[in-house]
Design a binder for this molecule. Structure first.
Ligand code: NAD
Ligand code: MG
Length: 392
C-alpha cells in the first residue's frame, strides 16, 4: 500500500511511521508533510525515502533541500497547493490526515474527493465541514476510516457492513469515553489559575499541544461528539459522553437488545492507526497486550457541565447545524492559541467560544468556500472578543 502522511512530524504522524516501519513489505511511503519541524522531516525522509516532501513555506523548503543534500530522491515542495497535490497523487492508495486544526481541511477533503482510503485523525476537518465532507466521501467512493481512538473503537464495535443507518443496525446509542483530562477532579475555583504547562500534561495520552488543551477543557470530547455525528450518522441525542479515567475502554455501542459492545486496549494511538492501515486485516502495532490484572478497575462518571462548559457548547453547535460547528472550531483554535500564549486564562476559552457563537450569524454550508468563509468570520470575531477582553 502506497501512503501519503499529512502531518508526519506530529504526534500521530510519528506514531504512523512507527507502525509503517514494522511492515516494510506492506507499506511504502510516497509523501510526507511537516510544517516547521524541518529537521524531524529530514530524518523521516532519509529513513522512508518518499518521492515528495511538503513543508510550510519557501524558507523551510530551502532548509530541507540543504539538509537532504543533492543525492536525495525526494522532491521538496511547499504550501497548501502542494499539500493537496500529495493528498491526491494517482499512485497513493491511502492518506493519513494528521495535520492539526483547520489547516488540514483542504488536503483532507482533496483526498476524499480523489476517492482515497482516508485515515482521519484531523477531526477538525469533519467538525468544520461535516456535510460537505461526507457528501464528497460518498460521491467519490472514498473509504473513511477513523483514527481518533473513540471513533475507531465505535467503528470496530458497529455491526459488520454497517452503512451509517443506526436504526437498521439496531444501534441505540454511541457512548464516547473521555479520560476527563488533567483537571477531572480539580475544583472549580482552582481552574481559573491553571497554566498551559499543567493543561498540556495529559494523564494517559501523549499528544500534540492543541489537542492536549482541548482534552483539558473537554472541547476535545465536544469536537468528537460532532465527529461521531458525521461518521456514524448519529443524532446529538444518541451520542453520550462517559468519563472513564483509566482510558482502557475507548468507546462503546449500545444496541436495541441491551447488548453493549466495546473496544479496549492500552492508550496508544498505534492501535487505531494499525487498525485503519490494515483494515479489514489485523497487524502488529507495537502496542503491549492489555493487562487487565494490572488495570484492576474500570470506573465511570458523568461529565460536569459546570466545570467543563465546552462540551455543552459543542452539543449546542451540533444542534444549531449550518455554520455553527465551523464557528465553534475556529473560535476554539483562536482561544486555545491565546491560552497557550498566556493571553487568555483557562476559563476564558469557553467564554470566547460562547461569545463567538453568539456573534457570527448562522449560515448554510454548501461547499469548501462557504466553510472557509465561516472559519474566517469566526476567527475575526474571536480576535475582536479577545482584544476587547484584554482592553486593546
Ligand atoms: P501535532 O501538533 O503533534 O502535529 C500536527 C502536525 O500538523 C505536524 O506535523 C505539523 O507540522 C502539522 N501542521 C501544523 N500546522 C500546520 C499548517 N498550518 N499547515 C500544514 N501542516 C501543519 O498534533 P497531533 O497531536 O499529532 O494531532 C494531529 C491531529 O490528530 C489533530 O487534528 C488531533 O485532533 C488529532 N488526534 C490526535 C490524537 C493524538 O493522540 N495526538 C488523537 C486523536 C486525534
Ligand atoms: Mg479521541
Amino acid at each position: 500500500m502506497k501512503l501519503t502522511v499529512l502531518g508526519a512530524t506530529g504526534s500521530i504522524g510519528v506514531s504512523t511511521l512507527d507502525v509503517v516501519a514494522r511492515h516494510p513489505d506492506r507499506f511504502e511511503v510516497l509523501a510526507l508533510t511537516g510544517h516547521s519541524r524541518v529537521e524531524v522531516l529530514a530524518d523521516q525522509c532519509r529513513r522512508f525515502r518518499p518521492a515528495h516532501a511538503v513543508v510550510g513555506g519557501p524558507r523551510e523548503a530551502q532548509r530541507l533541500v540543504e539538509l537532504l543534500g543533492t543525492e536525495s530522491a525526494t522532491e521538496v515542495l511547499h504550501g497548501q497547493d502542494a499539500l493537496c497535490a500529495v493528498a491526491t497523487l494517482p499512485e497513493a492508495d491511502a492518506v493519513m490526515a494528521a495535520i492539526v486544526g483547520a489547516a488540514g481541511l483542504p488536503p483532507t477533503l482533496a483526498a476524499a474527493r480523489a476517492g482515497k482510503r482516508v485515515l482521519l485523525a484531523n477531526k477538525e476537518a469533519l467538525v468544520m465541514a461535516g456535510a460537505v465532507f461526507m457528501a464528497e466521501v460518498h460521491r467519490a467512493g472514498a473509504l473513511l476510516l477513523p483514527i481518533d481512538s473513540e471513533h475507531n473503537a465505535v467503528f470496530q464495535s458497529m455491526p459488520h457492513g454497517y452503512a451509517g443507518n443506526m436504526a437498521r443496525g439496531g444501534v441505540r446509542r454511541v457512548l464516547l469515553t473521555a479520560s476527563g483530562g488533567p483537571f477531572r477532579s480539580t475544583p472549580a475555583e482552582a481552574l481559573a489559575a491553571v497554566t498551559p504547562e499543567q493543561a498540556v500534561a495529559h494523564p494517559n495520552w501523549s499528544m500534540g499541544r492543541k489537542i492536549s488543551v482541548d482534552s483539558a477543557t473537554m472541547m476535545n470530547k465536544g469536537l468528537e461528539v460532532i465527529e461521531a455525528h458525521w461518521l456514524f450518522n448519529a443524532s446529538a441525542d444518541r451520542i453520550e459522553v462517559v468519563i472513564h479515567p483509566q482510558s482502557v475502554i475507548h468507546s462503546l455501542v449500545d444496541y436495541a437488545d441491551g447488548s453493549v459492545l466495546a473496544q479496549l486496549g492500552n492508550p496508544d494511538m498505534r492501535t487505531p492507526i494499525a487498525h485503519a492501515l490494515a483494515w479489514p486485516e489485523r497487524i502488529d502495532s507495537g502496542v503491549a497486550p492489555l493487562d487487565l490484572f494490572a488495570v484492576g478497575q474500570l470506573n465511570f462518571e458523568r461529565p460536569d457541565p459546570v466545570r467543563f462548559p465546552c462540551l455543552e457548547l459543542a452539543y449546542r453547535a451540533l444542534r444549531a447545524e449550518g455554520n455553527a460547528a465551523a464557528v465553534l472550531n475556529a473560535a476554539n483554535e483562536v482561544a486555545v492559541g491565546a491560552f497557550l500564549d498566556r493571553e487568555l486564562p483557562f476559563l476564558g476559552i469557553a467564554e470566547v467560544i460562547a461569545a463567538t457563537l453568539d456573534a457570527v450569524p448562522r449560515a448554510e454550508l454548501t461547499d469548501l468556500d462557504s466553510v472557509l468563509e465561516a472559519d474566517r468570520q469566526a476567527r475575526a470575531a474571536a480576535g475582536k472578543i479577545l482584544s476587547r477582553r484584554n482592553g486593546r
